[in-house]
Design a protein around this ligand. Sequence first.
Ligand code: IPD
Ligand code: CA
Ligand code: CA
Ligand code: CA
Length: 264
Amino acid sequence: MTQDPEKIRETLIGWFAASRKRILTAMAQPLDVAQKSNRNDLVTNVDKANQQFLIEHIKTDFPTARIIGEEGHGHDDTDLNGLVFFVDPIDGTMNFVKQQAHFAVMIGVYRDGQPIVGAIMDVMRNEVLSGGPNLPVTFAGRQLKPLLDLPLKDGLLGVAGPMAIKNRLHLGDVALASSGARMSGSAGMEFIEVALGRQVGYVSYLQPWDVAAGMAITQGLGVEFSREDGSAINLSQPGVVVAATPQAHQTILAMMAGKSEQAH
Ligand code: IPD
Ligand code: CA
Ligand code: CA
Ligand code: CA
């Protein structure tokens, strides 16, 4: 069981390649789609099968690791001590069902609550974003540079649709203060946009498996992460995630606290 972050990254990318083949094969057949908590919260046979596939690999290669996976694995586990794998087997299930595109596979690896490695695969484009605090961040094999610290008004902002539309925590106002709001329907795809400098940030209510990989990867590029009140993100529970360049992050937090945006 390797502890080397670079070796763990290579292992994740190997699993992703195998997982992608299985997903593409499964997509050639009709999907088995079920509702979870509501009509917008779906799960398919592919989400379940891919989670099982990834869990088997984690158990074989990292037998002592704890696994928290979206489709009903380890949800009661709030102890983040030791090695923990956060697994989102299909991120953007609604896109997967409706578009057969714009969905991701994500794994975030943490030790004692601290990030080690994250990997996000854009399945249809066959591109992987990966990295960690002690690793270069790469996208499709190319090393990414640290991000420019753009202010909110000069960048596109990814937002959670319902939160922004209902102006919860002033997120609609925040979106209007950016160069433009984007809603991709996949947290993983949002983190890819942020890492590539195509978006100044992303704000959403997220579960631990939605944010673990993106946070492990993009902090090293200069992206700041916090809850809406500026507190640190604790991966033992869901909550609002504000991920943005330092300048944009500061403006977003001020606006979410009810202070008006001066620059707009
Ligand atoms: C969802 C997507 C979506 C975000 C939701 C997530 P899922 O993940 O990342 O963009 O807004 O909060 O639940 O359920 O498709 O893996
Ligand atoms: Ca889901
Ligand atoms: Ca998912
Ligand atoms: Ca997700």
